[in-house]
Design a protein around this ligand. Sequence first.
Ligand SMILES: [Zn+2]
Length: 200
Amino acid sequence: MSGFKTTLITCQQCNRRIMVRTADAERGSITCSHVGCGATNTLTSGFYYDESLLNGLPGFGQLTYLGSTPTTFALQFGHNTIGTSESCVVQLDRFMHNGRCFISRRHCTLTVTFDKWSGQLRYQLQDGVPDPVTGEQQSSLNGTLLNGTPLQKTEIIDVADGEIIALGGADRFLLKHFMINPVMLETYKTELAFNPDSTQ
Ligand SMILES: [Zn+2]
């Protein structure tokens, strides 16, 4: 509680403003002082990580092709469209298997976002790529798999560090998250004012 300043919160019962002082914060609750109310508001502190830290990151993770010629593809923040088309952020070769390529021109989308509550990057996979004109999600021809399990058409699934994404069943890629340095992360920690989260 060091450095705590008095702050106003909204009573969860009567919606009027009440002032939280250091003693209330240390106790973890405050009794509403308004006439006719007297509700006990529980105080929880919180914090988030400021997303301005993203500006200084050297990368946002990578995909490594697990084929005969391992290749690494850098990911960017936001939508990484993946396929053999030049319009994709991650443009792949037409990897051939007995004369056939199983990867669509616009195959799947791996989206990198920042979770400000955990301070970590989040990687979410979806089969298909939005049509550039209509914005409608267009599925791949041969599907996208995560750790061997096919994704459903509209499914958006979190991909953990070290998990395997397969395109069309034949070509496998290992995802490596970019890990934000915990010491650096700590410098972007932003305290939130107290908020009552329940009333007894
Ligand atoms: Zn009240």
